[in-house]
Design a protein around this ligand. Structure first.
Ligand code: UDP
Length: 239
């Protein structure tokens, strides 16, 4: 190891959509394997890594609600989707020789362990990569909020959000060619400008707990470790 990483303990939030690659649905195993490789690079730097995965590649509760269905049932299905993704990523991490454990907010002991903060800390302190599944365990929340919550609970030095683009823009750069990119922002600016980075609850929770948010492209191979080494491309949200 030649570099000293910028952070000792981080939580990375990976959206479910990132796992589906070019498919319209589900999990592209080659993409999950690649993301696991990026996480291994971060571990090899000596950084403690915890993960939250979304479920949008499989199911989102709002999709049910918008068609007149029951939101709570829909959100339960969304949370189950995050467990599917977490099990897939655990498998990919194990292929890379990484000892990963899934801790779920919803008990399903035949598949994974149940979440408790003490258990999470014990695993992190013994060098395991911890994947937090099941979001917060409550409907009407998102995995963005879950990632801010778990980051605070484990005392993470930063919350990494892997997105479709290389940082935070004034508008969606895929829809608006005039969108401009920010290198740095404060949590307050993100909230005041209504920037579409993470949901408001997640930004507020990180702000209250003094946790920086690092927004970067999950599709850039090796970028996670580059940023940890102080060289990568990202938007940094700090106080
Ligand atoms: N969800 C929930 N509570 C949580 C986290 C997630 O009800 O604490 C449900 C919700 O229906 C959400 C779905 O799980 O739409 C998948 O999570 P999310 O939309 O955050 O996934 P992503 O967009 O990151 O893939």
């Amino acid at each position: 190891m030649t570099d000293t990483p910028l952070y000792k303990r981080v939580l990375i939030k990976v959206s479910g959509e990132a796992l589906m690659g070019d498919q319209g649905f589900g999990i592209d195993v080659s993409v999950a394997d690649r993301i696991a490789g990026d996480i291994k690079q971060a571990r090899d730097l000596g950084v403690e890594v915890a993960i939250v995965i979304g479920g949008g590649n499989i199911f989102r509760g709002v999709a049910v609600a918008s068609r007149g269905g029951d939101r709570v049932s829909g959100d339960h299905m969304g949370m189950l989707a995050t467990v599917i993704n977490s099990v897939a990523l655990r498998t990919s991490l194990q292929k890379h020789g990484i000892d990963a454990v899934v801790l779920s907010a919803i008990a399903m002991p035949e598949i994974c362990e149940s979440f408790s903060q003490r258990k999470a800390m014990a695993y992190i302190n013994t060098g395991r990569v911890v994947i937090f599944a099941g979001g917060t365990g409550n409907p009407y929340f998102t995995t963005d909020s879950a990632s801010a919550l778990r980051a605070a609970e484990i005392g993470a030095d930063a919350l990494f959000k892997g997105t479709q683009v290389d940082g935070i823009y004034s508008a969606d750069p895929k829809k608006d060619p005039a969108a401009t990119r920010f290198d740095k922002l404060t949590h307050k600016e993100v909230l005041d400008k209504g920037l579409n980075v993470m949901d408001v609850a997640a930004v507020a929770l990180t702000r209250e707990n003094h946790i920086p948010i690092i927004v970067f492209s999950i599709h850039e191979k090796g970028m996670f470790a580059e940023i940890l080494n102080g060289r990568g491309r990202a938007t940094v949200v700090t106080e």
